[in-house]
Design a protein around this ligand. Structure first.
Ligand code: ZN
Ligand code: ZN
Length: 156
């Protein structure tokens, strides 16, 4: 009987490697003077392109940093059963490409102009939710996961 971790890895066909990393993608950026995060970037990822084919290496686009954003190089992440549901669209709401993995640990590579709590080189952790409106009735009572405008989750 495989243990839970073996089951999760086998279920997704995952390599034991970070799922999303900002590593050189071949051609150097045309504008090397632009600071990291100032423009959208293409990153390596490991994910699903649809609900049935095996996961594999991908290139995905990440938007430029907003003022409150923190760009991290993902070093490690968890892969839990929610990721399997999303990778296989078992809840019918997945968007592809889908890169499984949340509960992330990474190293800060760039910060937005309004960020004060992180600086380049810091180690940062990311949970299953990264944002909410902060102003609705639920957010103001500490229930950001029920944000009336919809929290920003790291799944999918
Ligand atoms: Zn989880
Ligand atoms: Zn809210």
């Amino acid at each position: 009987m495989p243990n839970r971790r073996q089951f999760l890895v086998a279920g997704l066909g995952l390599a034991a490697a970070p799922l999303l990393t900002r590593v050189a993608t071949g051609a150097p950026p045309s504008d090397t003077a632009a600071p990291l995060g100032a423009k959208p970037i293409s990153v390596r990822a490991y994910g699903a392109t649809d609900a049935t084919t095996p996961l594999g290496p991908l290139q995905i686009e990440r938007r430029a940093l907003g003022p409150h954003d923190v760009l991290i190089e993902i070093l490690y992440c968890g892969v839990c059963h929610t990721d399997i549901h999303y990778a296989r669209s078992e809840w019918g709401q997945s968007r592809y490409p889908c890169v499984p993995g949340h509960e992330i640990v990474g190293r800060v590579e760039a910060v937005g102009s309004a960020v004060t709590k992180f600086k380049v080189g810091d180690i940062a952790g990311v949970g299953c939710m990264v944002n909410s409106c902060g102003a609705c009735e639920n957010c103001l009572t500490g229930l950001e996961q029920y944000c009336l405008k919809g929290p920003t989750l790291t799944y999918n």
